[in-house]
Design a protein around this ligand. Structure first.
Ligand code: A2P
Length: 278
C-alpha cells in the first residue's frame, strides 16, 4: 500500500502535491462507480479523477464517503463542460461539482475541452485562477489543450499548472510533451493503458514485465511514472486496481524506457480538441 504522498506525487502549486496514480472513473456510473472508488481508496489510492461529463460525480462522492477515509486525505480532480466558460460560469461549475461530490472544496478543477470555436477558454482559466485565489479549489488546470491553446492562456500572464491529455506508449504526443517541459506544465495522462488498444502484448512491455515479475500494464504505468507524469488508469476490477497502484517498488532501466518510448506510432490523440468538445 502506498503511504507516502510526497514520494509518489508531483508539485502543482505552493503546498499542493498531486498523487501520480489516480483512479480514472470513466465510464463507470452509479453503484459500480461507488464500489470501485470505495475499493480503490481502501487499497490506498489517494487520487480520484472524475468529470461533470462522466455523470458519475454523485456516485464518486458516495464511494468516497463509503470508504470512511478522511476527505482531506483524498485528492479529487474533476472537469467541467464548455458551457461554463466564463468567470461566473466557472464559479457555477465549481459549485455544482462540489455539491454533486458532497465536498466543500476541490483539489483540482480542469477545463475539460478548449472548444476554440466558442473562444472563451482563456476566460475559463482566469475564472479558475480566481477560484484558486479564493481557496475554493487548491489548484486548477486544463485538459485536451494543444500548444496553440496553451499559448493563448499564457499570453495573459497565467501559468498553466497541468494539462491532462491522452498519452500512452503508442500515442505519446512528443511535440506536446516537449512543449509541456519547456513551459513547466505538469502532464497527466488519461487512457494511460490505451483503453485496451492492444499494445500490452508488445515485447517492450512483456519482456521487462517477465524479468521484473510485473504485468505489462504495470510496466506501462511505471514508464509514465519515470517520465514524471500523473496517470489515471481506470479499472473497477479489484486485482487490476491493486496492480495499477503497485508501480513504486521497481524501476525500469534507461534502455527499457527507450524501448517503450520507441512504441510511439505518430498517431494523434483519438479526439481532436479543435473539433470535439462537450
Ligand atoms: P477493466 O476496467 O476491466 O479493468 P485506460 O485507463 O487506459 O482507459 O484503460 C482502461 C482499460 O484497461 C480498461 O479496459 C481496463 O479494464 C483495462 N485495465 C485497467 N487496468 C489494467 C491492468 N492492470 N491490466 C490490464 N488491463 C487493465
Amino acid at each position: 500500500m502506498i503511504t507516502s504522498m510526497e514520494i509518489n506525487s508531483a508539485p502543482l502549486a505552493p503546498g499542493v502535491q498531486i498523487p501520480l496514480i489516480g483512479l480514472g472513473t470513466w465510464p463507470l456510473r452509479g453503484e459500480e462507480a461507488s464500489r470501485a472508488v470505495a475499493h480503490a481508496l481502501e487499497l490506498g489510492y489517494q487520487h480520484v479523477d472524475t468529470a461533470e461529463n462522466y455523470q458519475n460525480e454523485e456516485a464518486v462522492g458516495e464511494g468516497i464517503r463509503r470508504s470512511g477515509i478522511d476527505r482531506d486525505d483524498i485528492f479529487i480532480t474533476t472537469k467541467f463542460n464548455t458551457e461554463w466558460h466564463s468567470r461566473d460560469g466557472v464559479r457555477e461549475a465549481f459549485a455544482r461539482s462540489a455539491r454533486r461530490l458532497g465536498v466543500d472544496y476541490l483539489d483540482l478543477l480542469l477545463v475539460h475541452w478548449p472548444n476554440p470555436q466558442q473562444g472563451r477558454f482563456v476566460e475559463a482559466c482566469e475564472g479558475l485562477q480566481a477560484l484558486a485565489d479564493q481557496g475554493l479549489i487548491r489548484s486548477w488546470g486544463v485538459s485536451n489543450f494543444k500548444p496553440e491553446h496553451l499559448d493563448l492562456v499564457m499570453d495573459t500572464g497565467l501559468r498553466v499548472p497541468i494539462n491532462q491529455v491522452q498519452i500512452d506508449p503508442t500515442t505519446s504526443q512528443p511535440e506536446l510533451l516537449a512543449y509541456h517541459r519547456e513551459h513547466a506544465i505538469q502532464t497527466a495522462a488519461y487512457s494511460p493503458l490505451g483503453r485496451g488498444a492492444g499494445f500490452l502484448d508488445a515485447p517492450a512491455l512483456t519482456v521487462p514485465a517477465a524479468e521484473l515479475g510485473k504485468t505489462p500494464a504495470q510496466v506501462a504505468l511505471r514508464w509514465h511514472m519515470q517520465h514524471g507524469r500523473v496517470a489515471v488508469p481506470k479499472s473497477a476490477d479489484p486485482t487490476r486496481q491493486r496492480q495499477n497502484l503497485e508501480v513504486f517498488d521497481f524501476a525500469l532501466t534507461s534502455k527499457q524506457m527507450l524501448a517503450i518510448d520507441a512504441l510511439e506510432s505518430g498517431a494523434p490523440a483519438r479526439l481532436d480538441s479543435d473539433v470535439f468538445f462537450h
